[in-house]
Design a protein around this ligand. Structure first.
Ligand code: ARG
Ligand code: ZN
Length: 862
């Protein structure tokens, strides 16, 4: 009987008894056998309790040899995977030798082989798969690393910091790297392989000349320009907006095709999933371009929010991730369309984080316990974490907030800090009192704010009531400060007398506004100033008013979404008569028509306003949701819009079609509209849509148009579909990222036989469980396709459960990421709910599960 993995608790934190001022490593590289010699200096930590020994973490590695001060140690023993060494004095030197097989490392944590090259991923606990070490973020050390290997196989040898020495001996060569900045082991990185670089340079605000390289495999170089430009823009932006300057003479990025996540901020040597580096118009969509820019920014910004100031322990993960996500969001807002980026970020929050927060895996942005930290790289820690910091910025104002972040960077530079340290710095820097605000760090669950607007005499009376729902292990929550931007519109003139920020910090509160002869129209949570659910009893008429007139682009989008969500929730829960359904559709069509015709709008924003709410988002608003009904109602509404606005959308398409390819906002907007219009056409007149989509596909000179057309075609059973799918596959054979798209498009399709298609694709020669991008391209896409995943037969659930079981021994981290899809069982109608639960129980009963999957399945069953 294998014993349950232990629970780690935040309250149990104690400082490590030893300091590790220096770490020297030597790597003797080989794909199948790499020998690692690690020499660490250790000395007693005066601010920690005395310990007679030092615990060096390991994970599945064997000790080849161990020396203390050049000889025998006083004692040592294995405790599980860890090596515990007896230390009698106050200062010692330990030498540890390990041997590892990177080619056998399918978990992609630690040192692993990826198409002939060697690379590392150490966050959160991968370094212990390389050598025995105090693998915790509060142990900072200065690293010197010598890498040796066959010259022909590994012509490029990279590590953190600066290259200080190189040499050759016969067929082998070596490079020694030194990183002057003390860092925790999770920021260690090593890359060796046959790579080529795009090189450039950046001069910092204080005149430091920084060499920049983006390393890729031979043949990919001409797809690295956007990554390099994004890097330079990130460096400049962080100087201008946060006053942060880069601190080494060298900054390297390496693209790797086998990678568990998006990218990793290793000091001076960021390692990236190829998906977030490679882009050119022929193979990358506008969305892919934005993804590259955002992730390049994210990892670069970590140099300060993460590396110079790191985390004391992994419960503080949101300290670096929440803050860095906010920084990358603000960066992208400044580089492109601010309101559209805000809408996209809110869509991710609501599409992923809200469901997480209302389900069995809900946790605060600063969790209290975990079994496997990899399971806490969540939308809650990242995206809600960013929203929480954004609220502080909204309440303080940009200028005061900058004083707070300056103080934070200044006060904690070189330290392993806590979320509390961050809040205290913002408090001291801005002068705000954030005592009650700290609840956002400890209470999970999305607050609900009920809104009531009354009109008394000349006053508008706004009553707000908040509730924070119970979540696993947490009930009876306290009210939190909720900053809400509002405006009160005069119905006749369509204007308001100024936006105001109100903070609801009680369970219920009333706010009065004078000077209203008539009841105004309330616009609330403008720009999504707080990550809450607004429950407002607002008429369709007022939503149409706001969708047409609100001067806050987000609020305008929100009104349009509310109009559609309200209708679809009512329609799919049987609450609408036929006459009401018709009337509801009429309101929606009228509002959309006004948006199509509003000349003041740019097309990127117009595209947002014309987009329907996702099925997942609609489903979230319903108890015991029936995915089949929601799907049918949503498709019917889509078709009704397509028919009613046929001519208007056609004219819009013709206008957009004339815009030639470029990266201007105008051209991006035109591309967004074209595919959106095809989506509506597909629901109203599939035959015509297939023709139009095939036409768009055939004349496309860029991936955005081509992928958009193919996406629409995959849902329409037609000759056009078959031919274009085959064309797409053949055209891009050998390009892994585009082949991923080919898998995804079919897995996301609205085709009635999507389940059969996905099964067949799993047997395709290009499919493999060894590559996370490929696994996600097929199965994440499928799990996110409610039409396929929630098939009434339960077959979709069974497929995902089968995948989890098969993938778990190969790549536990990736396998565990599929569990949350099944974890939504409590929100579904009884039939599906039982089928989902059954699959979770089948996984739970498997003889040997990874810690990752065990934890997610156990929590999901609750
Ligand atoms: N720190 C990385 C980022 O946000 C993510 C690394 C996550 N790694 C992991 N094994 N969970 O950019
Ligand atoms: Zn990050």
């Amino acid at each position: 009987e294998p014993k349950e993995p232990a629970v780690i608790r935040r309250e149990d934190y104690t400082p490590f008894p030893w300091l590790v001022p220096t770490t020297h490593m030597e790597f003797e590289l080989g794909l199948e056998k790499t020998r690692v010699t690690t020499r660490i200096e250790v000395e007693r930590n005066a601010s920690a309790d005395h310990s007679p020994s030092i615990r060096l973490n390991g994970d599945g590695i064997a000790l080849v040899s161990l020396k203390c001060d050049g000889g025998e140690c006083a004692g040592h023993a294995m405790e599980g995977d860890d090596l515990v060494v007896t230390l009698e004095g106050d200062k010692h030197t330990l030498e540890i030798v390990t041997e590892i097989d990177p080619s056998a490392n399918s978990q992609l944590m630690g040192l692993y082989a990826s198409s002939g090259m060697l690379c590392t991923q150490c966050e959160a606990e991968g370094f212990r798969r390389i050598t025995f070490f105090p693998d915790r973020p509060d142990v900072l050390s200065t690293y010197t690393v010598r890498i040796r290997g066959p010259k022909a196989q590994f012509p490029v040898l990279l590590c953190n910091g600066n290259r200080v020495e190189t040499g050759e001996e016969g067929d082998s060569h070596w490079a020694e790297w030194h990183d002057p900045w003390p860092k925790p082991s999770y920021l260690f990185a090593l890359v060796a392989g046959d790579l080529v670089a795009r090189s450039d340079s950046f001069t910092t605000m204080n005149g430091r000349e920084v060499e920049l390289n983006v390393y890729v495999r031979d043949g990919d170089l001409d797809r690295t320009e956007h990554a390099m430009e994004s890097l330079k823009r990130s460096m400049k932006w962080d100087e201008e907006v946060f006053g942060r300057e880069y601190d080494l003479d060298l900054f390297n990025i390496v693209a790797v095709s086998d990678f568990n996540m998006g990218a990793m901020e290793n000091k001076g040597l960021n390692v990236f999933n190829t998906k977030y580096v490679l882009a050119d118009p022929e193979t990358a969509t506008d969305g892919d371009y934005d993804g590259v820019e955002g992730v390049i920014g994210h990892e670069y910004f970590h140099n300060w929010s993460g590396n110079r100031i790191t985390c004391r322990d992994w419960f503080q993960l949101s300290l670096k991730e929440g803050f860095t996500v906010l920084r990358d969001q603000l960066f992208s807002q400044d580089m492109g369309s601010e309101p559209v980026k805000r809408i996209e970020d809110v869509r991710v929050l609501r599409g992923v984080q809200f469901p997480e927060d209302s389900g069995p895996l809900a946790h605060p942005i600063r969790p209290d316990s975990y079994r496997e930290i990899s399971n806490f790289y969540t939308s809650t820690v990242y995206n809600k974490g960013a929203e929480v910091i954004r609220m502080m910025r909204t309440m303080a104002g940009e200028e005061a907030f900058r004083k707070g972040t300056d103080l934070y960077f200044d006060r904690h530079d070189g330290e392993a800090a806590t979320c509390e340290d961050f809040v205290k710095s913002i408090e001291d820097g801005t002068g705000m009192d954030l005592t009650q605000f700290r609840l956002w760090y400890s209470q999970a669950g999305t607050p609900k704010v009920a809104v009531d607007l009354a009109h008394e005499g000349e006053e508008a009376v706004l009553t707000l009531t908040q509730t924070v729902p119970d979540t696993p292990g947490q009930s009876d929550k306290q009210p939190m400060p909720i900053p809400l931007k509002i405006a009160l519109f005069d119905r006749a003139s369509g204007t308001h007398s100024g936006e105001q920020l109100i903070v609801l910090d009680k369970a219920s509160d009333t706010f009065r506004f004078g000077g209203f002869a008539e009841k105004p129209v309330l616009s609330i949570n403008r720009n999504f100033s707080a990550p809450v659910t607004i429950q407002r009893d607002i008429s369709g008429e007022d939503l149409v008013f706001l969708a047409a007139k609100d001067d806050d682009p987000f609020a305008r989008y929100e009104a349009m979404q509310d109009l559609m969500v309200g209708h679809l929730v009512a329609a799919s829960t049987g609450a609408l008569s036929d006459a009401d359904r018709e009337a509801g559709r009429g309101d929606i069509v009228a509002a959309l028509k006004a948006i199509v015709e509003d000349e003041a709008l740019d097309d990127l924003m117009r595209g947002e306003l014309l987009s329907m709410p996702s099925q997942t988002y609609i489903s979230e608003q319903i108890e015991a949701a029936d995915p089949g009904r929601i799907f049918a109602e949503r498709e019917a509404l889509k078709g009704a819009i397509g028919s009613a606005l046929k001519d208007e959308l056609h004219r819009l398409y013709e206008r957009a079609e004339k815009v030639s390819y470029s990266m201007s906002a105008e051209a991006k907007g035109a591309r967004k509209l074209k595919t959106l219009i095809l989506v509506y056409a597909a629901a109203s007149d599939p035959e015509k849509a297939a023709e139009l989509a095939a036409h768009q596909y055939d004349r496309a000179d860029n991936m955005t148009d081509r992928q958009g057309a193919l996406m629409v075609l995959t849902g329409i059973d037609s000759a056009e579909r078959t031919a274009r799918l085959m064309n797409f596959y053949n055209r891009y054979q050998g390009n892994a990222l585009v082949t991923d798209k080919w898998f995804s498009l079919q897995a996301m399709s609205l085709h009635p036989k999507v389940i059969e298609h996905v099964k067949a694709l799993a047997d395709h020669p290009d499919f493999t469980l060894k590559n996370p991008n490929r696994v996600r391209s097929l199965y994440m896409a499928f799990a996110a396709n409610p039409h396929g995943f929630h098939d009434a037969s339960g077959e979709g659930y069974r497929m995902i459960a089968d995948l989890i079981l098969e993938l778990d021994p190969i790549n536990a981290q990736t396998a565990a990421r599929f569990v949350p899809a099944l974890g939504r069982w409590r929100k579904m109608e009884p039939g599906r709910s039982a089928l989902m639960r059954e699959q979770l129980e089948r996984i739970a009963a498997a003889p040997k599960l990874s810690r990752d999957t065990f934890e997610q399945v156990t929590r999901s069953l609750g």
